[in-house]
Write a protein that binds this ligand. Sequence first.
Ligand code: GLU
Length: 223
Amino acid sequence: MCGIVGYVGSRKATPILIDGLLCLEYRGYDSAGIALKENNNIIITKSKGLIKNLEEKLIDKTTTLGIGHTRWATHGTPTETNSHPHQVGDITIVHNGIIENYKELKEELIKIGYNFKSETDTEVACALIDYYYKQESDIKKALSKFIDKVKGAYALGVLVKNENNLYSIRKDCPLVIGKGNIGNLIASDILAISNYVDKILYLEENIIAEISEKNIKLYNKES
Ligand code: GLU
């Protein structure tokens, strides 16, 4: 399991995300990536190897919402295609952990028309959230269904096309939310965000966090 960081606020997201990922380097990783919300698009940049390779590829953006990841491959080789963030349909995610029932889920999703580019369990998780989101037109309902369906361990940072919030859920993997003057952050480890926040809360399981620049809203999973 490696690192997650996410930011929504008043500053440019890229330097904050890179700074957070660098703080998580000590955990080891094989690739890194960032997704940035730019107008109505989500732009993903990924790179194999060190975070500095990712930095070299990043084009300076003014965007103030994004998620970042350092990957330690568990499902699929350490390639750029397998690295995070993954995007399927309207959903973009970073994931720490292992989705144990990803094979069955992948078969079901292929039957209903989903295609997969990577070998990862994470892309399957992303497609499943997209499938539920298309059914429900509500990301909190989609994430509730995901929590009910998925077996395994996860901390997720989630972006939704046409939304300006950051979402997060977790099970058996750490995830903290931080509140600061320049906005709100999520991370798999306090170290990644401690420079930017003055209050920390630990996300509980079965809770969906909806995070915007000014607010952190927590919702019970819907049953
Ligand atoms: N299981 C995921 C993968 O192999 C996440 C690995 C991680 O936690 O870094 O991509």
